[in-house]
Design a binder for this molecule. Structure first.
Ligand code: TMP
Length: 202
């Protein structure tokens, strides 16, 4: 390992294939005899999973600020209860979403203001920053088209999901060293690209 305790996050629009690729990365790292732990956000703690249900249940109408603060609350719990410790224990920690999701979904697409919420988001993540972030980039009209049983966020307009995609591309421009855009292609090609970035760090 070139760097100890890597923290890698996976981001993207709905149904962009994050969980499939996380499983694949996990397998690759285990084959290299590295200690790996995966999490998902919001969630990964008892209270975090409850907050996730609150956030994603379609009937739970809420103000954008309530939504923002609930995501931030779940993250604060996640960092304090599990992530901080995991970053000391495991060689590589993977997370299905982290604070970039809040910047993009609530800050940019929902309109609370990316610049405005950034300091709060960083404060409530206790200034923990991923070493590497993958944005699995796909067009929401393709990924959401066949989706059934949509949750509260997935049900939002195509326009909203297009803004999410735009927000991610904007973030990647702001931090090209950390954030890598991986364009939608065959599963094998995407896997290869992700692994090649990770290999540079391990
Ligand atoms: P998932 O379906 O990828 O697990 O993510 C849950 C949903 O929550 C997804 O629609 C993205 C959304 N989300 C936010 O809006 N803000 C956040 O900070 C996070 C972590 C997720």
């Amino acid at each position: 390992m070139k760097r100890r305790h890597l923290f890698i996050t996976f981001e993207g629009v709905e149904k962009s294939g994050k969980s499939t690729h996380i499983k694949n990365v996990e397998k690759f790292l285990l084959q290299r005899n590295l200690k790996v732990k995966s999490f998902r956000e919001p969630g990964s703690t008892k209270i975090g999973e409850k907050i996730r249900r609150l956030l994603l249940t379609p009937e739970n109408d809420m103000h954008p600020f309530t939504e923002f603060l609930l995501y931030a609350a779940a993250r604060a719990q996640f960092v304090k209860e599990v992530l901080s410790k995991a970053l000391k224990t495991y060689d590589v920690v993977l997370s299905d979403r982290f604070y970039d999701s809040t910047l993009v979904y609530q800050g940019y697409a929902l309109g609370l203001g990316l610049k405005e919420i950034k300091p709060i988001v960083e404060f409530l993540s206790f200034y923990i920053k991923p070493d590497l972030t993958f944005i699995l980039d796909s067009r929401p009209e393709e990924t959401l088209a066949g989706a059934r049983k949509k949750d509260r966020i997935e049900r939002r307009s195509l326009e909203f999901h297009r803004r999410v995609r735009k927000g991610y591309l904007l973030l990647a421009k702001m931090e090209p060293e950390r954030i890598k855009i991986v364009r939608r292609r065959s599963k094998e090609e995407v896997e290869k690209e992700i692994i090649s970035y990770i290999e540079r760090l391990i």
